[in-house]
Design a protein around this ligand. Structure first.
Ligand code: ATP
Ligand code: MG
Ligand code: ZN
Ligand code: MG
Length: 447
């Protein structure tokens, strides 16, 4: 990127989340972090992004694997360029996101490879790659002994949260997607999970073609996403599904094949240049099935459970499971840390509460003792682990697929791996209580 020759007309709006807006230009993406405080200085903005890069480099990469994580680098963009860009993208932003304000003051951004494109794609193929982005959320049932409500051991957080979100107007329809199905390693259950995502993508599924968003939740939450439009887009990629289709509707056959392709990519070792029968791991110590997502019993029993050890899903689940105390076990430890910091405020730096996220932070995460010895070190270690697990509970998997006639190629990345704030823990604790209580009430008295 030549920073002195930046022209906003080269850049396209690519997408946004709660924290940032992303623009793309060919093989490059730039993530522009939203303004957090109106009083934020350029120096603070720069440090904040640098912290994100370090966290990705020193914490996420070692945990999730080199090949899945792209840390990017901080860039200082010309202010004129950022201002023009913000005007240009404003009309493309979804209305429900417009309460977030772009930072047009600091000029700081995070430069990343454009993960919607296959590396070297332009050299080998003529058709634009289809790219699937999934935000899978937490894939296991908590098994901590600190849990006070039995239902948390039976129904997953995502499924409980759906009811709460519906009641609060966040979404107009329930999603039937259950992360436990996606992370099950059973082809049938994964198939159901992906089908449920296609039926109701909310913010858990986005599909791009040649870098353009072609399928996601509609801005107006009342509108159904257009599955038929998606099928039209996909048809040319699955030509043999169009003619013969063993009694299925042709559109359905295309979707079926598409789902199979996504499944294989998610179960593979991250890219298509590997072969051999993968080794399975069984990460789920607790009940691997969520009671909110009914599944025929026989399907649950037979089926190749367990995820291939190298698969992106296994990596993600492994890190999510660092949260082995649940927020109910973490909150008292957070309070222990708070009490300690009240007495010894200067210790905040040594304990790396707000970073820096470096090798020493990572050591604390890795070497935290398993038994509580009552120390503040134990509490800090567990709190760090919890925050790391939370990052991976809200990350996204992005996989451009190059669907050729004979074989398909793909490359999977994990994105949106930002540190979750220490200060967020009391909020997480309250939210958990609200979600669980609301779920229990709504199950007692169905509306
Ligand atoms: P969230 O609210 O989910 O936490 P966020 O604000 O932290 O989101 P990201 O998820 O990192 O932001 O980015 C927003 C969107 O931009 C992503 O969903 C993805 O579609 C797109 N995006 C981000 N980084 C890249 C990249 N390197 N290549 C391609 N697309 C990207
Ligand atoms: Mg995101
Ligand atoms: Zn569930
Ligand atoms: Mg994020």
């Amino acid at each position: 990127m030549e920073l002195d020759k930046m022209d906003e007309n080269d850049w396209k709006y690519h997408g946004e989340g709660n924290k940032s807006l992303v623009v793309s230009h060919l093989q490059v993406c730039c993530r522009l972090i939203f303004l957090r405080l109106s009083s934020q200085t350029a120096e603070q903005a720069f440090r904040h992004i640098l912290n994100m890069v370090d966290y990705s480099k020193y914490v996420m990469k070692p945990l999730l694997g080199e090949k899945y994580v792209h840390s990017g680098e901080v860039v200082k963009l010309p202010l004129d360029f950022v201002r023009q860009l913000s005007l240009k993208v404003q009309q493309e932003r979804p209305e429900l996101r417009c309460d977030k304000v772009m930072d047009t003051f600091s000029g700081c951004g995070l430069c990343l490879p454009n993960l919607t494109q296959l590396p070297l794609y332009h050299l080998r193929d003529h058709r634009p790659p289809i790219c699937v982005e999934i935000k899978p959320k937490c894939g296991f049932l908590p098994f901590s002994r600190h849990i006070t409500k039995e239902c948390k051991r039976k129904v997953c957080r995502f499924c409980m949260h759906q009811h709460y979100k519906l009641a609060n107007g966040k979404w107009k329809r329930l999603s039937r997607y259950c992360p436990l199905n996606l992370f099950s390693g059973s082809k049938q259950r994964m198939y159901v999970a992906l089908k449920n995502l296609l039926e109701e993508p909310q913010n858990n599924l986005k599909i791009f073609k040649g870098g353009e968003l072609i399928f996601s939740c509609k801005d107006d939450a009342k509108q159904q996403p257009e599955l038929n439009d998606l099928i039209q887009h996909l048809r040319p990629y699955f030509p043999h599904s169009n003619g013969i289709y063993n009694g299925q509707q042709p559109g359905k056959a295309v979707l079926n094949e598409f789902i199979q392709v996504i499944c294989s990519a998610l179960l593979s070792g991250g890219d298509s240049n590997r072969s051999g029968e993968p080794r399975k791991v069984h990460l789920s110590e607790s009940r691997p099935h969520c009671e909110a997502s009914p599944f025929p019993r026989d399907l649950l029993r037979n089926g190749n459970h367990g995820l291939p050890k190298d698969s992106v899903l296994a990596k993600v689940l492994q890190v999510q499971m660092l949260d082995n105390l649940d927020i109910e076990g973490i909150y008292p430890l957070y309070k222990r840390v708070e009490q300690y910091l009240e007495e010894f405020p200067k210790e905040r730096n040594r304990l790396q509460i707000d970073g820096p996220y470096n090798e020493s932070f990572m050591d604390t995460v890795k070497n935290c003792p398993t038994e509580d010895d009552g120390s503040v070190e134990y509490a800090v270690g567990k709190v760090h682990q919890y925050r790391v697990a939370m990052t991976v509970c809200v990350c996204s998997l992005k996989s451009p697929l190059n669907l050729e006639k004979t074989r398909f190629t793909y490359s999977i990345s994990i994105l949106d791996l930002d540190p979750k704030p220490y200060e967020g823990i009391p909020h997480q604790y309250k939210l958990d209580t609200k979600i669980v209580n609301y779920y229990l009430r709504s199950m007692q008295a169905p509306p």
